[in-house]
Design a protein around this ligand. Structure first.
Ligand code: ATP
Ligand code: MG
Length: 328
């Protein structure tokens, strides 16, 4: 695809002044334009919502022409074809991969939620290594972007996992771009820049660990709940659009307290509440069970609601030792 076809100024109605305002807001190309919501564009360029929608529609039409986006009305055959372009990244555990239908999907947002120490960050670290492996070995031969909001990204852990897969740690580390997000606005800004990076580097995985922590810390009290949900909603939708446009896998984490009602078959609610839940394509609830970890697939469009057992070890995410011989 040529660069010019994605230039903002190639769109009818975008002159130099509008282009400047869009660029100032971190929107550099038609791809970026489509990955934002109308109200965000309206704010950035200082235009009516209807004009912003018009602009986004023109950008969408261009991407449809270029074969980057689906049309509004598509045949089931076309949808089927698009879904066949979905790639998968192995988590390192066969059990967990089976639960996910073969691994973490591109074109989707996968949310891991659970209490502290349940393994959310470990899943993210392992995926950053696995995505770099060749296709036949569960990877996509591509790099990763890690948005770290809780300061829990550890290069040493990446190096350890890489070594245990007989990979060169330096090599693996060099293909992970880490962005530390200091607050929710910064986190949103970083994700807006992702589009450009993804086009430049070969990236197939975007991690946001955690997606919700900053919002939870910043919006305290009942009065701020609506605004928090609105901001989080916008953020999650941006992630989903990025996943679809760039055919990459987005993984987010969300800490929840283990609630007593877990034992009655209703696992605790994610902190992001319904917003995160409704935007994530797949939601996996993680819990501790002694040395093991149990993952449960929640309300997926087609996965049955069932569970998988995995462990945390020197390879990151792994199968329990007793399950490994069964596969040989
Ligand atoms: P939080 O909500 O606090 O962010 P989390 O779900 O992200 O928690 P993780 O940090 O992924 O939790 O998991 C921490 C656990 O991972 C530790 O308790 C430990 O059991 C395991 N772990 C971490 N590093 C290693 C390692 N090198 N080898 C084996 N297990 C490890
Ligand atoms: Mg964590």
């Amino acid at each position: 695809m040529s660069e010019e076809e994605l230039e903002l100024e190639s769109l009818d109605g975008v002159g130099p002044a509008t282009k400047q305002k869009l660029t100032d807001a971190g929107i550099y190309s038609i791809l970026d334009l489509v990955s934002r919501g109308p109200s965000e564009i309206a704010d950035a360029v200082n235009i009516d919502l209807s004009k912003a929608i018009d602009l986004i529609n023109k950008a969408r039409a261009r991407l449809v022409e270029l074969g980057r986006l689906e049309k509004e009305f598509v045949s089931a055959t076309e949808l089927y074809k698009k879904r066949q372009a979905i790639d998968r990244i192995s988590t390192g555990s066969k059990n967990l991969d089976d639960l996910l239908g073969g691994g973490i999907e591109t074109q989707a947002v996968t949310e891991f939620y659970g209490e502290y120490g349940s393994g959310k960050t470990q899943v993210c670290h392992t995926l950053c290594v696995k995505v770099q492996m060749p296709k036949g070995q569960g990877g996509l031969n591509s790099g990763a972007i890690y948005v770290d909001t809780e300061n829990t990204f550890r290069p040493e852990r990446i190096a350890e996992i890489a070594e245990n897969y007989d990979l060169e740690p330096e090599d693996i580390l060099s293909k992970i771009i880490v962005a530390k997000a200091y607050n929710s606005a910064h986190q949103e800004l970083i994700v807006r820049e992702v589009g450009r990076l993804v086009e430049k580097e070969k990236i197939k995985l975007l991690v946001v660990d955690s997606a919700v922590a900053h919002y939870r810390a910043e919006f305290l009290g009942r009065g701020t709940l609506a605004e928090r949900q609105q901001r989080l909603n916008r953020f999650m939708h941006n992630l989903l659009r990025i996943a679809e446009i760039h055919n990459l896998a987005v993984v987010v984490t969300n800490q929840v307290q283990a609630a007593p009602d877990v034992f009655f078959g209703d696992p605790s609610r994610p902190t992001g509440g319904h917003v995160v839940a409704h935007t994530s394509t797949y939601r996996i609830y993680l819990r501790k069970a002694g040395k093991n970890r149990i993952a449960r697939m929640m309300d997926s469009p087609y996965h049955p609601e069932r569970e998988a057992v995995f462990i945390l070890d020197e390879k990151g995410i792994d199968d329990p030792p007793e399950d490994i011989p069964k596969r040989k």
